[in-house]
Design a protein around this ligand. Sequence first.
Ligand code: SAM
Length: 237
Amino acid sequence: MENWVKYTDEYLNITISESQQEQFAIYEKLLLEWNEKFNLTAVRDVEGIRIKHFFDSLTCTKALGNLNGKSLVDVGTGAGLPGIPLKIIYPEMSLVLVDATGKKVNFCQHVIQTLGLKNSMAIQARSEEMGLTREHRERYDVAVARAVARLPILCEYLLPLVKIGGVILAQKGETAAEELAQSKKAIKMMGGKNQNILSVSLPIFEDRRYLILIEKATSTPANYPRRAGIPSQKPIQ
Ligand code: SAM
């Protein structure tokens, strides 16, 4: 564990306590174990899990700051990324993990239970459906997504879930600037406003990644998001 924890200190200014390190160690063990049985994530080695999953998830704090006291929804969370690492670091944050795939949601529920994460739940749903329900529409301070869809589509997934004054954060690779340029219409239509791109780099792998942060300024029109599947088939562009 020591090495990657040293990197979060150096690169992200995050000191991971011993009890948080224990939680990461349990999460890592569960990822390794479940990956043997199910295809949870493509990264299957310990160094990859620590840097490409845990560290990479925690880079969100560069854009979001301290999340204690905030509500966060992680759409297309898969095995709980980036939501679970953020929750370990900010235990006073409330967390909703969402994925369309049952086995991934089962895994997330198991991690929540095993780590004893408070104010956390995992839901099997499509974001398009959640975005139309009273329980989830415009309820969150922050919505995040990593490796889920191109940004014009993500805007339709995430912005309906966020309160006015809240933000969405998309974790992206090299295509970030291009995707942002293609998302002007979707951002405006979904009620988004100011945007910002931050570049972050991963230790060891030297990968360059980007965080796209978009504020929500006005309500999303009632007829959005569109039916499940439509945003990806016919992105707003
Ligand atoms: N965020 C995780 C990560 O970075 O490791 C998982 C990424 S995985 C490539 C994408 C996940 O998004 C899949 O598990 C898929 O089921 C989920 N997904 C895609 N579109 C979705 C939607 N509209 N609503 C809910 N889940 C969705």
